[in-house]
Design a protein around this ligand. Structure first.
Ligand code: SIN
Length: 310
């Protein structure tokens, strides 16, 4: 039986449920072209800043048995380079999602305004990079989120979404959902890595990455229950006009199905793409379709958000 994995985010048609996350292997033209040629439903760029950034000192990434700990520090080409790439990226035939991560509201206004005039399909504003020394994650500062959304959601008609940090308390889900409801935010992407985690190598007696004294963003299997809970909590608190892209520890079709049950409209793949390469999109898509077919489901909406109470 064929399962229809197509979906839409803010009216943008996606041929499948999976796309890359703004994170690994989406910084340069060559990397983005590989994503476009894969089964990823869209091409998502690395979060950009006003200027080119080298990023944090090496070693700034380490694989872990069940995931990874990066602290890349937003290495990127600067937003103007991505703006110039948009026509070429669009010509590759997939929706383009640009991720921006300014260091101030002014930076974000400049970048959102520029991309509003471009041909990108969706704009994802990253409020949750944990890896910039001396910079707090905006997503944990509710007042700042509100100020930023007030300024960013009036700059044009292209759909804006925000990438959120993981939250761990019901009061935070409620506070954030109440802010989101005040603005025409079209989607949220949750969750970013769990910031400021520390892995110590007992042999060398040192952290395993260099930036921020070894503090980095935990990714992969370790964070899947947190990603699922964030998607679920926001799905229950928000109305359907704000869609949800789930991220965190998806490495097979069953993981993707769990995000579907929690209520995700699409999912993004980060660590698994980093470790396995671009073939992961087709593999996970096939596994998701087979798992759903086995249950007799024909399309995503047959299971979306339908987590059964115990
Ligand atoms: C990075 O440190 O570059 C990744 C963080 C993020 O995308 O939020």
């Amino acid at each position: 039986m064929q399962v229809d994995l197509s979906t839409t985010i803010a009216g943008v048609q996606l041929d499948s449920y999976l796309m890359n996350a703004s994170g690994p292997k989406c910084t340069t033209w060559d990397e983005l072209e590989i994503v476009a040629q894969s089964a990823s439903a869209a091409v998502v760029t690395k979060s950009c800043t006003i200027e080119f950034r080298e990023g944090n000192p090496e070693p700034r990434y380490s694989d872990l048995p069940l995931g990874s700990i990066p602290s890349m520090g937003l290495p990127n080409l600067g937003y103007k380079a991505y703006l110039e790439m948009v026509p070429k990226l669009k010509a590759l035939g997939k929706p383009v999602v640009v991720s921006i991560s300014g260091f101030s509201i002014e930076d974000n206004i400049e970048m959102v305004s520029a991309f509003q005039k471009s041909d990108v399909d969706l704009i994802e504003v990253n409020f949750s990079c944990p890896n910039i020394p001396g910079k707090a994650q905006v997503a944990y500062d509710f007042e700042q989120v509100e100020c930023a959304l007030k300024a960013l959601t009036v700059l044009g008609d292209k759909p804006i979404g925000i990438k959120l940090a993981p939250y761990f308390d019901m009061s935070h889900f409620i506070a954030m959902a109440n802010i989101l409801k005040k603005f025409p935010v079209k989607f949220i992407t949750c969750v970013n890595s769990i910031g400021n985690t520390l892995i110590i190598d007992p042999v060398t007696e040192s952290p395993i990455i260099k930036p921020k004294g070894g503090f980095g963003g935990l990714c992969g299997d370790y964070i899947k229950p947190i990603g699922l809970a964030n998607v679920r909590a926001f799905r229950e608190l928000l109305t359907d006009d704000i869609q949800i892209i789930g991220v965190g520890g998806i490495k097979n079709g069953v993981d993707a199905f769990e995000y579907l049950l929690a209520g995700a409209d699409a999912v993004q793949i980060a660590t698994c793409f980093e470790k396995e390469g671009a073939n992961c999109f087709e593999r996970i898509e096939n596994e998701l379709a087979a798992f759903m077919a086995n249950k007799g489901y024909k399309k995503l909406s047959d299971a979306k958000g339908k987590l059964k109470p115990l």
